[in-house]
Ligand binder design. Sequence first.
Ligand code: F3S
Length: 755
Amino acid sequence: MVFDLDMIKALYDKMPSRIAKARKVVNRPLTLSEKILYSHLHEEQKLENFGRGKSYVDFAPDRVAMQDATAQMALLQFMSAGRPKVAVPSTVHCDHLIVAKTGAAEDLTNANNESSEVFNFLSSVSNKYGIGFWRPGAGIIHQVVLENYAFPGGMMIGTDSHTVNAGGLGMVAIGVGGADAVDVMSGMAWELKFPKLIGIKLTGKLSGWASAKDVILKVAGILTVKGGTGAIVEYFGEGAKSLSCTGKGTICNMGAEIGATTSTFGYDESMERYLISTNRAEVAKLANKVKEHLTADAEVYANPEQYFDQVVEINLSELEPHLNGPFTPDLATPISKIKEEAAKNGWPTKVEVGLIGSCTNSSYEDISRAASLARQVADKGLKTKAEFTITPGSEVVRYTIDRDGFIDTFDQIGAKVFANACGPCIGMWSRVGAEKKEKNTIVHSFNRNFQSRNDGNPNTFAFVASPELTTALAIAGDLTFNPATDYLTNERGEQVKLDPPTGDELPKKGFDAEDPGFIAPAKDGSKVVVKVSESSDRLQLLAPFKPWEGSDLKGLRLLIKAKGKCTTDHISMAGKWLKYRGHLDNISNNLLIGATNFYNEKINSVKNALSDSYDEVPNVQRAYKAQGLGSIVVGDENYGEGSSREHAAMEPRHLGVRAILVKSFARIHETNLKKQGMLALTFANKEDYNKIKEDDTFDIVGLTSFAPEVPLTLVIRHNDGTEESIQVNHTYNANQIEWFKAGSALNLMAAKFAK
Ligand code: F3S
C-alpha cells in the first residue's frame, strides 16, 4: 500500500464540521470546489467569506507530487530550506527525461545511462527526506498519481501543470512551481488567490465516436486558452456521472490548456469503481461514508447560475469528435468541418504519425477502444497508412494491456511502443527526419500542440484528438477522414467503413504489474548523504538570489519585447534542454530563445544595446550582467502560459533581468516570478506596449513605498532624448512584497527556519 489511508481518514473525519462552519460563514449552499478548499485552510488561516478572484488564502494541501525535470530544482530549493523531512506525503516521478526513439526497453536503458547522475540525485534526496520515489519506467506522474494517490475531496499540488489530472478522482489538484512545493513540503502555508468558479453542466451521454476527450476539446474551443484563468472548473450533471473516472481525468488534465487553476468532478460510482479496481477499496469505503460532502450541495447544481461565476452546458449526446490545432489546443474543429477548414487554412492533410497515450489518454478504456480499431485493420483487409506509436501512462497500464493482448493487436499494425514516460509529449522524441524541418501533419492524443513541442520541427502541424480518432486517422493516413461517414479502400479495392470504437472501462481481470517501480524512502534518512559534484554539468547547488537593494531600479535595458504567444516553452525550452533542469547556469543558456522579437520578427535575435549589434538572447543578457546592468522583458497577453516550470522565472532572475512587464500573465508563471524575487508587472493601459522602443532605457519608480494595490511607475527614456512615464500594475500582496525584498520566497523561509 503506497497511499496514506490515515491521512485520508483524518481529513474525512474533519470535513463535515469544517464544511458546516464554512457554509455558515458564507451563508449559502457550497459548490464542491468550495467544500474542498474550505476543508483545507491552513491552521493559521482565519475562516471568512473569501472573495473569489480577490482574497489570498493560505491552504494546507494533503500531498505533493514532483516530476523529474522540475523535482531537481524543487529539491535543490528544499535542501536550502533547512528542514530534516517533508511535512506532507510527497513523491518524485521519473518520466520526463526519457527520449522516445527505438522502443521502450532500449530507450529506458539509454535514459538510465544518460541521466543516471540526476536519477541518483533524486532517489538519494527522496530517501533522505522521506519522499516516495518512482523510478524511470514506472510511469507518467499524473497517471501514477491517479492510480495510487488521488482521492475524492483531497487537495494536492504538483510541480507540473497537468497535476490537475487528479480532478478526475474528485480532487482539487493544482500545478505549481517548485518553490510552492518547497512551502508545502516544509509545512508552511501555501497561498493561492481564492479561485473563481466555472460550472460545466454535462447532459446526455456519449455514443459512437465521441469520447471524454471531445468534451474538453469542445470546452477549449468555447473558453479558449485563457478562459479558465484564475478559476476552478467544476463539472456536474447526469452526463458527468456517465463518464468513466479516467475519462474525467482526461477532461481535468486538459483544463490546463484553458488556463484553469484546476478542474474537478463530484464523487460518484465511476470513482468508486476505479478506486476498487486500483486496489483502494478502503478509500472507496471511507469516501462512501462522507459522500454528501464530496459533491456540491443539491441547490448548487439545481440553480448553477446563482452559485458559479460562469456556466457552460454541453450535451454529450450531440457531441462530435474534435480535432484541435494546429499550434494551439483551443482551435477546435468538429470532425465534420475538418475538410473545409484544412482546405481553407492550407493544413497538410496527409497524416504522417498517429501517437496515442501520454498522461492525458492512456487509460485502459482509451487503449481498449483504440485497439478495437486496430483490430479492424486486419479484419477489413486494410493497411495502416501512417506510423503509429503508443506511450503507456504507467507500468501498471502497460503490463495490463500487454496481458490482455492489446499490445499484440497494435504490433500487427506496425506500432512502436515507447517507454512509460512523457516522450513525444514533451519533445523527448528523436523523430527520424525532423531535422529536415519539412511541413507535415501529426495527430496525437496528448494535451499540448504548441509549435515545435513534439519533435522540435516548427513545421509540424500537430492536432490533438481522442485516442480513438487518432487511431482512425493513422489508419486512414488522412486528416480529413471522418470515420463516422467516410469509407476507406482496402487492399482488395473494396470500400469499407470502420465500426465505432468499443472497449472496457476497466480491466475485467483487474490491474496488475510485476514491478510497478516504487521505492519507499528510508524510515530515518538523516544519515543518507546527497552528493552533487562541483564539476557536474547537470546539477548545481543553488546560491541564494541577492536581496533587493532598497531603492528604485534605474537605467534598465530592454532585453526583448516579445511578440505574440510567449509560453514557458518559448521562455525556457524543453526538449534537449530538459537535461539541464538541475543546473541553473547551464539551463539559462536557453533563456527566451523561442520568443519572437517584436522589432525584427526573428526568434532568438535581439539587439545588444552595448555593442549595437544583434545576438542571441542569453548572450545579450550575459553581456548586460557582466556590466552590472539590469534589464526588463516586455511581453504580450497570457505571458508564461503553458507549464509550471519555474526555470522560466529563475533563468531571467539568475541572469539579471529585473522585471517582466506584460499585457497579462498566466497564473502559475506570475507566482513563480514573485517567488523568485522578480518584479511581475502589467501595463495599466495595454496600449502602452506600443510605447516601448528598442533602444529605450527604463526606471521602475515607487519601490521604496511598494504596497499592495498601489501601482508602480515605469519611466521610459527614448533614444531621441524624450521620456514618458506610464503606470504599471502588480498583484503583490504584503507577504509577496516581503519575498521581493528578501530576494526570493526561499530566502525568507530559510531565514525564518534559521531563527
Ligand atoms: Fe508528461 Fe506530457 Fe503529461 S510532458 S506529464 S505526458 S503533458
